[in-house]
Design a protein around this ligand. Structure first.
Ligand code: SF4
Ligand code: SF4
Ligand code: SF4
Length: 322
């Protein structure tokens, strides 16, 4: 076989492998059989940040002092010291809560505990893990090599690296269930849901939370609803509230990027709250399909071998000429 025929054959083989594997794209993972999560209802959130303080206490993390505020934890975003943060959307005069025009709304940021997590898929050493029963996604420092690949695999920019530490580590919300805390495996709930005074952060089985979210998003302005607090499977209490504004008729996390165990609902559209534009395919299913596409039928090695052979032959030809 001459050089031209070999290269042509290798290219055709690689292309054929790509085409055949695209047809076999791996589907999104399904929610774990006993998936646990949280429902954050922006319309109930009063921005008290009790959940931020409770999260810091549970995870033994230092306060972050921002700007001129020298007395209180005032973290503006997730970081190596902040696993949960409350942000605000504001427009114009910002007078009316849960309104897009001249209004404002709160938004909670923490790990979404994706059903098919990109961070788990890309981690080369399985330091990011998805619990097969509950779907909770945890990071394991003892296995982590600090490569930060997980940061690029997350559509929500959640894993945070301690850049200011000599031996920095990755941090993210572990749904209060990492070794040494284990609130969930001991039958409890997350610290942020337990402390939330309005039930804006609600803990429980994903299926129950999703049903609750859909009941709420079908309500209309003026309707009265009984909102549970704490754990939806055994609520500590309920409170009654008349709906001031309509919900956006969408549950964030039902399908986005394969779905999440932490669901969000809101009176303001999710793009205004800073959620990224995502399709229904998970990052993990796409990236794993691509990896398999490249390696299927030894496509990548064939192309690499073709390239190497070409350069070896060219150098040999040159040597022969000299
Ligand atoms: S939000 Fe990011 S860090 Fe959390 S599970 Fe999903 S991909 Fe992983
Ligand atoms: S589940 Fe725990 S770690 Fe995660 S945001 Fe809530 S309090 Fe923080
Ligand atoms: S504790 Fe509840 S009401 Fe307060 S900021 Fe957190 S989610 Fe909102």
């Amino acid at each position: 076989m001459d050089r031209r025929s070999f290269l042509k054959g290798a290219s055709v083989g690689a292309a054929a492998a790509c085409v055949s594997t695209v047809a076999e794209a791996r589907p999104n993972l399904e929610p774990a059989p006993e998936a646990l999560g949280m429902l954050y209802d922006s319309t109930l959130c009063i921005g008290c940040k009790a959940c931020v303080a409770a999260c810091k206490e549970a995870n033994n993390m230092d306060p972050v002092i921002s700007g001129d505020d020298l007395q209180y934890d005032s973290a503006k975003d997730l970081s190596g010291d902040t696993l949960n943060v409350i942000k605000i959307y504001k427009d114009g005069t910002a007078e009316v809560k849960d309104h897009e025009e001249n209004g404002f709304a709160f938004e909670k940021r923490s790990c979404m505990h994706c059903v098919d997590p990109g961070c788990v898929s890309v981690c080369p050493v399985t330091a990011m893990r998805r619990d097969p029963l509950t779907g909770i996604v945890t990071h394991h420092t003892d296995a982590c090599i600090g490569c930060r690949t997980c940061m690029g695999g997350c559509p929500y920019n959640v894993p945070q690296f301690e850049y200011d530490e000599a031996f920095g580590r990755i941090h993210k919300c572990q749904m209060c269930n990492q070794a040494g805390l284990e609130r969930i495996s001991k039958g409890g709930m997350t610290a942020c849901a337990e402390v939330c005074p309005t039930g804006a952060t609600l803990f429980g089985p994903r299926t129950m939370l999703l049903e609750e979210a859909k009941r709420r998003t079908n309500l209309k302005g003026g309707d009265t609803y009984h909102y549970p607090r704490g754990d939806i499977s055994k609520p500590e209490s309920f409170h009654e509230k008349d709906l001031d504004a309509n919900y956006v008729n969408h549950v964030w996390g039902e399908t986005e990027a394969g779905g999440t165990n932490v669901l969000h609902i809101s009176g303001v559209s999710f793009d205004k709250l800073g959620m990224p534009p995502l399709g229904d395919r998970s990052y993990a299913s796409q990236s794993e399909t691509l990896q398999h596409t490249i390696y299927k039928g030894m496509a990548l090695p064939a192309v690499a071998l073709a390239g190497l052979t070409y350069f070896v032959k060219r150098n040999k030809d040159k040597d022969g000429e000299e």
